[in-house]
Structures are given as structure tokens and as C-alpha cells.
Design a protein around this ligand. Structure first.
Ligand SMILES: C[S@@+](CC[C@H](N)C(=O)[O-])C[C@H]1O[C@@H](n2cnc3c(N)ncnc32)[C@H](O)[C@@H]1O
Length: 245
């Protein structure tokens, strides 16, 4: 069986503080500043932070007078809303923007994008692990990196995540939270794009990224595309997910 990340177990072992002490978690202010600028957001806007973990970005949104709802499926992270990323308890078009940072590795990308598009009016952003980086620096073959995380208490937890190519992401793709296209040495991709039902104008960054058509309704998880349907029916490979979520 292909390894999957059991996020509720990983979250319980790490804890909120353990997660927030990780090196990658020290750049929340700059990441939100990048998203605010590139999504064209401002005071009064409402953001859905999907897969927010222990919520390291939430205060940064609020500091800019942007209202934010955080959603995550790992109870140990105590997110504001315990919810699955593919079944958000939000009405269609009920937030200005939807962002999913570090979640695309664990759920089918096409279904995640459909759900983000469903709930957002103006713009969407996702970050993903970069396949070229993983091939070059981690020796990845295929699409998935499987690591064993050693936690301070000695527990070993499998951390498996899928990686993505820039062309798989809609809109404008950056090499991390910086104003440059990705290179093979960027571990992370950040993609932003505008939605046609956006308030006009979408702003220069989103105009450059392009606006996309919206599906009338998001497909139910596992049924949205031939690939997702294949996964749901047991055909195709298993995907990493939030076990137990
Ligand atoms: C790499 S962490 C990213 C957390 C946060 N966005 C950040 O940037 O620090 C991935 C998060 O996705 C959450 N997650 C994984 N699968 C999920 C799912 N199906 N629904 C909701 N959250 C999920 C995990 O619980 C975890 O908090």
C-alpha cells in the first residue's frame, strides 16, 4: 500500500506549538503580505484559509483588517473550524478569496481547486510542493515524497506528500512567496488566479494571472473529474489524504 500522511496523528504528536516551531513556519507575515498584494485584498475582505493547521497565518490576515475563517481536519491543531478541505461548510461565493497553503499534497488537486472556486468570489491561491525540486534534490521518482518524521518524543510518523508541476496549477505560478517564476531549486510553488465573478477590477497581479471560468457547482469529492472518479471507484492509485478526517 502506498504511504499516506495521517495528519490527525501527526498533528497530535507535534502539537500546535511543535508545529509552529518548525523552520518553515517562521515566515507567516511575509507569506500573507505576498498573498494580500497578489490577490488584491484589503480591509473588509473575507478569506477562507483552508488547511490552516494551527493557524499560523490567521493573525497575519487579521492584522490587515481582513476577516478570516480557518478550516482544518486535524483536531489536535484546534482550528477555528474542524472541516475537510473538500467539503467546506460555506455557501458558494461567500468569501472574497480562498487560500490552501500546503494542502494540495494530501488531497486530489482538481477537487480541491473546484471547492476553492466554489466558495470564493474574487481570487484563489494554493501552494504546492514542486516536483522538479523533489526530483533534483530529494531523488523523487514518480510524484510522491515519502519521509519519516522523527518527533521530539521519539515517535516516527510517515510524512508522504504529492508534488506538482507548475503547469498543473491555474493562474500565475511563482517560485515560493516571491515575485519570480519557479526554478528547479524552489521547493514550493505558489499559484494565484482571479475568478470571473470578481468585483472589477481584479488588479494588476490577477489580471496577469488571468481569470477563469467557474463551474456552476463544485463536483462532490471523488466525482469531479475522470481522475477523481477513478480514484473514488478504486481505480488508479491511492492518494495521500488526511486519514480519519
Ligand atoms: C503542511 S500543513 C499546512 C498548514 C498551514 N496551511 C501552513 O501553511 O502552515 C497541511 C495541513 O493540511 C491539513 N489537511 C490535510 N488534509 C486535509 C483535509 N483533507 N482537509 C482539511 N485539512 C487537511 C493538515 O491537518 C495540516 O494542518
Amino acid at each position: 500500500m502506498t504511504a499516506e500522511t495521517d495528519w490527525p496523528a501527526l498533528a497530535a504528536a507535534l502539537g500546535r506549538e511543535g508545529y509552529r516551531r518548525q523552520a518553515f513556519a517562521q515566515h507567516s507575515a511575509g507569506e500573507v503580505a505576498f498573498l494580500v498584494e497578489h490577490l488584491g485584498l484589503g480591509p473588509g475582505d473575507v478569506v477562507a484559509d483552508v488547511g490552516c493547521g494551527p493557524g499560523r497565518h490567521l493573525d497575519e490576515w487579521r492584522r490587515r483588517d481582513i476577516r478570516v475563517a480557518g478550516f482544518d481536519a486535524s483536531p489536535a491543531f484546534a482550528p477555528p473550524v474542524l472541516a475537510h478541505a473538500l467539503r467546506l461548510p460555506l455557501r458558494g461565493g461567500s468569501v472574497t478569496a480562498a487560500v490552501a497553503l500546503g494542502v494540495a499534497a494530501y488531497v486530489p488537486l482538481d477537487v480541491l481547486l473546484a471547492e476553492l472556486r466554489r466558495v470564493a468570489r474574487h481570487a484563489v491561491a494554493v501552494s504546492a510542493f514542486h516536483a522538479a525540486f523533489a526530483r533534483r534534490h530529494l531523488g523523487m521518482v514518480g510524484r510522491r515524497v515519502v519521509e519519516t518524521a522523527r518527533l521530539p518524543n521519539g515517535t516516527a510518523v510517515v510524512h508522504a506528500h504529492d508534488c506538482h508541476e507548475p503547469h498543473e496549477l491555474p493562474g500565475r505560478v511563482y517560485g515560493g512567496f516571491r515575485d519570480a517564476p519557479p526554478t528547479d531549486d524552489d521547493p514550493e510553488l505558489v499559484a494565484v488566479w482571479g475568478l470571473r465573478r470578481s468585483r472589477p477590477p481584479v488588479g494588476p497581479a490577477l489580471a496577469a494571472a488571468g481569470a477563469t471560468d467557474l463551474p456552476r457547482t463544485a463536483p462532490a469529492p471523488g466525482t469531479g473529474t475522470p481522475r477523481a472518479a477513478a480514484a473514488a471507484s478504486g481505480r488508479g492509485r491511492r492518494r495521500a489524504g488526511c486519514a480519519g478526517a
